[in-house]
Design a protein around this ligand. Structure first.
Ligand SMILES: Cc1cc2nc3c(=O)[nH]c(=O)nc-3n(C[C@H](O)[C@H](O)[C@H](O)COP(=O)(O)OP(=O)(O)OC[C@H]3O[C@@H](n4cnc5c(N)ncnc54)[C@H](O)[C@@H]3O)c2cc1C
Length: 394
């Protein structure tokens, strides 16, 4: 008696997320017979919840310096060959309305679901066979073919694409599967860390936790990077776009520095003293939300009229407010992280085709790879560009 038959394809793509669907659609429309497998019951679940349900699908300012990787040159080729304008062409063809929100961030006017539907239609146009709700079982490689068990079935192909993303938000079906598989094929994995994630504060900084919900525009600095955006105090620590951005550069044990009044020029407090000696110190903090201003003034332990405060006290207060140090105890982890820093090492892959240098036919794309974008649509642009690069090479 013969066992269940093995389906034969030109390529098998593991993971029907942003990168996997783009890759499968591209290869399918080039005439390749493609199998796209996912253990989730729907494709693109992260796309659905992205951008607050409106999907921040790209960023007009996409450039390689907005991506973190142990190999900062790796992303250049794919990003230059599939640009935000290319993705805009695609969504325009699908009549999806969009708008720019801020800082070059493009969102759907309607639902993020439109992006998932568009990619599913592109897959269908390429004759891609999409199998959902199928846990991936054994993956073997012999005689130039990859054989993949999924559910009760199995398939083989000369090319295999790892597109199962990173481990952020496990409750959406995210897993470290990509790393396990890559390691089994001898690829290196750069230590994965949660990124674009809130930071937690300990007891010594508890005063700030009592300001939960207070937000203000700050400059946040850590690990050689700096971002000017909103910062938010939470009951666990710090969040808001500036903090999420800086979290990707922050390492355990390091401090982060916050400039609470980034618009003030050097020496502004002494200038204010000369101009308004009768004004109280607290009035200098008036541009900040009142609760935050009160807490900072209390921490600085400075009160009274400016005219009675020595210049050196004001200069020290100014420096402290421009460079307020926090030592986070950690992050809120993969459960809350929008992305993962680290992943399959770029050095083991071709930047043109995303193919593994040492395993012919194996590719890795999207968040599974050690390329992480800033907040603001950059991560999807990497998913589209890397998916496209692999899809064109299959
Ligand atoms: C809350 C949130 C909001 C976000 N908002 C934005 C945004 O607005 N703009 C932006 O650019 N980026 C955003 N991101 C990041 C973005 O979603 C990811 O960078 C992007 O989805 C990565 O694409 P991918 O295809 O590599 O992985 P994914 O889209 O995560 O797809 C991976 C697929 O693989 C499947 N899979 C995983 N493990 C297995 C397994 N073991 N077996 C079978 N299948 C498996 C998953 O079910 C999933 O369908 C957001 C992320 C989150 C969590």
């Amino acid at each position: 008696m013969s066992g269940p038959s093995i389906e034969s394809y030109d390529a098998i793509v593991l993971g029907a997320g942003a990168a996997g669907m783009m890759c499968a659609a591209t290869a399918g429309q080039r005439g390749r017979r493609v199998l796209l497998v996912d253990h989730a019951d729907r494709p693109g679940k992260k796309i659905e919840i992205s951008g607050g349900g409106r999907c921040n699908f790209t960023n007009l300012h996409t450039a390689p310096d907005r991506f973190l990787s142990a190999n900062p040159h790796f992303a250049k080729s794919a990003l230059s060959r599939y640009t935000p304008a290319d993705f805009l062409d695609l969504i325009t063809r699908h009549r999806i309305a969009w708008h720019e929100k801020t800082l070059g961030q493009l969102f759907c006017d309607g639902s993020a679901r439109q992006i998932v539907d568009m990619l599913a239609e592109e897959c269908a146009a390429g004759g891609v066979k999409m199998v959902l709700g199928a846990p991936i079982g054994a993956v073997d490689h012999a005689d130039g073919r990859f054989r993949v068990g999924f559910g009760a079935r199995s398939a083989s192909a000369p090319a295999l694409v790892i597109a199962t993303g990173g481990p952020s938000i496990p409750k959406l079906g995210a897993s470290g599967f990509a790393y396990d598989l890559a390691r089994r094929f001898g690829l290196k994995v750069i230590e994965p860390r949660p990124a674009l994630v809130p930071l937690t504060l300990g007891g010594g900084e508890a005063m700030f936790q009592s300001l939960s919900g207070v937000a203000t525009e700050v400059v946040a600095r850590a690990g050689g990077a700096s971002f000017r955006e909103a910062g938010l105090l939470t009951h666990r620590g710090l969040s808001g776009p500036a903090i999420l951005q800086i979290s990707s550069y922050w390492r355990h044990g390091q401090e982060i520095a916050i400039d609470f009044l980034p618009d003030q020029p050097a020496g502004w407090m002494v200038v204010a003293k000369r101009a308004r000696p009768g004004a109280g110190f607290r009035s200098l903090l008036a541009p900040l939300p009142a609760r935050l201003a009160d807490a900072l003034a209390e921490r600085l332990a400075i009160a009274g009229d400016l005219g009675n405060l020595p210049d050196r006290v004001l200069s020290a207060a100014e420096s402290r407010l421009a460079d307020w140090r926090f030592r986070p105890t950690g992050t809120e982890g993969f459960a809350k992280a929008e992305v993962t820093v680290g992943g399959i090492a770029a050095d083991g892959l071709s930047s043109k085709t995303m193919a593994a240098r040492k395993v012919p036919g194996l590719h890795a794309i999207g968040e599974a790879v050690d390329v992480t974008g800033w907040l603001g649509g950059y991560n999807f642009q990497w998913a589209w560009a890397s998916g496209r690069a692999a899809g064109e090479a299959l």
